[in-house]
Design a protein around this ligand. Structure first.
Ligand SMILES: Nc1nc2c(ncn2[C@@H]2O[C@H](COP(=O)(O)OP(=O)(O)OP(=O)(O)O)[C@@H](O)[C@H]2O)c(=O)[nH]1
Ligand SMILES: [Mg+2]
Length: 423
């Protein structure tokens, strides 16, 4: 039998007495890192916390603690250590030389999950750029530590040759990939311009990873986008039409947010995240059953600010409501001052979905103007023109002409004014 690659890991969190005011937040971050590590395909066989005043410049953690972990790792046959700190290249090398363990951090783990999940050409290009940028910043001092990671985690994506090459080589490859990405993005921009021309209302579904965004999209669009009980199931923005709406509305599923999202990923995924920047309405999804949901709301809030999307009209969906005590719902009501509306929903079981659909439809309609006209029969082309751009509520044929009751978007006033004057 072929020897299995060792994928056992120990996770280490370093608690800074000076920086971490809230221990629960620190512990949850560590818990999340363990889940991320397992998602990336490692088996977490041990976890450790070290309390310190500040990070050690050479090792991040204390060398004594690291040696202790190296010993435990030997007993548990683990070959990898994952730290909940972002390490510099030389810290990685030092830890590697001290412990003889493969060294990973939160950023490398997240980058690896993204590399695993990226399915489209655009997604793959974006992840590879992020990985190369990450590698370039750690190159100084990393020595062979980076290349000694070997196959598997931390190296999925760009091949071995890039690992060994210098910064300039990496930069050349980044530029090449960025060029290719530009070509792919032209197509996305074209699609967006077309939607803009047709004045299709765009709704971006955003939220923490695993909040239920794709499940919600499926419920609203009767679609079948992949959902998983795992982080970062969705990387590519997927667009679907909102069902049961007279006016065309496009829902766009987006990549989930997470605390300490590596900035290289935010930069590389800029074009994907632009779907949020260009949206007319934001549907913010929060998993209310997560004990940490308030922190998740804060993180999403910050990301929306960074994307310049925090002033857009917003509906806040508190999802997985069937899992929580109704008293929690009472507590939360009216707490998001950014949102036009808060809706308590269960995307999986359908609660709140119709309320949400109506709320989404009402936003563009609120900026629509109502009209009532009687169109003489010799001008009936006006009716067919109106049917193209308006929401027709009523059409009745009377003696003097056709009576039409309709709503149009304010932006379309320019189109219909000549029609009306010409009547
Ligand atoms: N109990 C319950 N589970 C839900 C609900 N909505 C979604 N889920 C589950 O939550 C998990 C994550 O759902 P997704 O829709 O994939 O979440 P997402 O926000 O798209 O996640 P990423 O794309 O990974 O960021 C899946 O296992 C869903 O079945 C809900 O209302 N109640
Ligand atoms: Mg998803």
């Amino acid at each position: 039998m072929k020897a299995q690659e060792n994928n056992k890991a120990i996770v280490l969190g370093v608690y800074l007495n000076s920086q971490h005011s809230d221990k629960a937040i620190f512990e949850n971050s560590l818990k999340e890192l363990i889940e991320l590590t397992e998602t990336a395909g490692l088996e977490v066989v041990g976890e450790a916390i070290q309390y310190r005043e500040k990070f050690d410049s050479a090792y991040a953690a204390g060398s004594g603690k690291l040696l202790e972990i190296a010993e435990i790792a030997k007993n548990l046959e683990a070959e990898t250590i994952v730290l909940d700190i972002n390490l510099t290249g030389s810290q990685m090398r030092n830890i590697n030389e001290l412990t003889d363990l493969k060294v990973l951090d939160r950023t490398l783990i997240i980058l690896d999950i993204f590399a695993m999940r990226a399915k489209t050409g655009e997604g793959r290009l974006q992840v590879e750029i992020a990985q190369l940028n990450d590698r370039a910043t750690r190159l100084v001092g990393a020595g062979k530590a980076l290349s000694r990671l070997g196959g598997g985690i931390g190296t999925r994506g760009p091949g071995e040759t890039q690992l060994e090459s210098d910064r300039r080589h990496i930069q050349k490859r980044i530029n090449y990939l960025k060029g290719k990405l530009k070509d792919v993005q032209k197509q996305r921009n074209l699609t967006r311009t077309n939607r803009d021309k047709q004045e299709i209302y765009k709704v971006a579904i955003v939220g923490y990873t695993n909040a239920g965004k794709s499940t919600l999209l499926n419920a609203l669009a009767d679609s079948n986008v992949e959902t998983m009980d795992q982080v970062f199931a969705t990387l590519d923005p997927t667009a679907r039409k909102l069902s049961y709406s007279e006016i065309p509305i496009i829902l766009i599923d987006t990549v989930g947010f997470i605390r300490n999202l590596p900035h290289q990923l935010v930069e590389a995924f800029q074009s994907t995240l632009e779907e949020v920047t260009f949206a007319d309405l934001i549907v913010q999804v929060t998993d209310i059953s997560d004990p940490e949901f308030k922190l998740q709301v804060d993180i999403v809030e910050k990301q929306l600010e960074a994307l310049d999307a925090d002033a857009k009209p917003r509906i806040h969906v508190f999802n997985k409501v069937e899992k929580v005590d109704p008293s929690l719902v009472e507590q939360i009501k009216g707490t998001n001052r950014h949102a036009i509306k808060q809706i308590f929903a269960s995307a999986l079981y359908g609660n709140g979905i119709e309320e949400l659909r109506q709320a989404i439809i009402e936003v563009p309609q609120a900026t629509m103007l109502p009209f009532r006209l009687v169109v003489p029969y010799d001008k009936s082309n006006i009716i067919s023109e109106l049917q193209k751009i308006a929401v027709v509520d009523q059409l009745e044929y009377q003696d003097e002409g056709a009576e039409i009751v309709f709503k149009i978007r304010k932006n379309d006033l320019g189109i219909i004014t000549p029609l009306l004057n010409n009547k």
